[in-house]
Design a protein. Structure first.
Length: 116
């Protein structure tokens, strides 16, 4: 599973707060969408990783790391947000397009033929 990789990347980000850590989080989220991993699975992995990291963190550093961890998670979930917005936009577009009336509800005019 991807827990170890996620925890290692999160730990690195919490120490360095570098942009490369956020880039990893984004790519991590994108890869999980490609693998059909659910949003809740990612949140669970994040919670487990944060718990593991915070247990060995000095008390005065826990809150800043917890808040930085939130940034990391938000970045990892941003691809899910984009996918969700795209799906909702597609649904709204389908609702706005006029649907053809079923054939049994159409009124047909009699066919008139004209001599040539």
């Amino acid at each position: 599973m991807f827990f170890r990789r996620y925890r290692a990347a999160l730990r690195e980000y919490l120490v360095s707060r570098g942009e490369s850590g956020l880039a990893y989080a984004y790519e991590f989220g994108r890869a999980r969408i490609d693998e059909n991993v659910g949003l809740l699975q990612i949140v669970r992995v994040h919670q487990k990783a944060m718990k593991s990291i915070l247990e060995s963190t000095p008390a005065d550093e826990r809150l800043p790391r917890l808040m930085a961890g939130e940034q990391f998670l938000m970045e990892a979930l941003s691809t899910f947000e984009m996918a969700s917005r795209g799906y909702v936009a597609m649904l709204n577009k389908d609702r706005q397009e006029p649907q053809p009336e079923p054939a049994e509800n159409r009124v047909s005019a009699p066919r008139v033929e004209f001599p040539s």
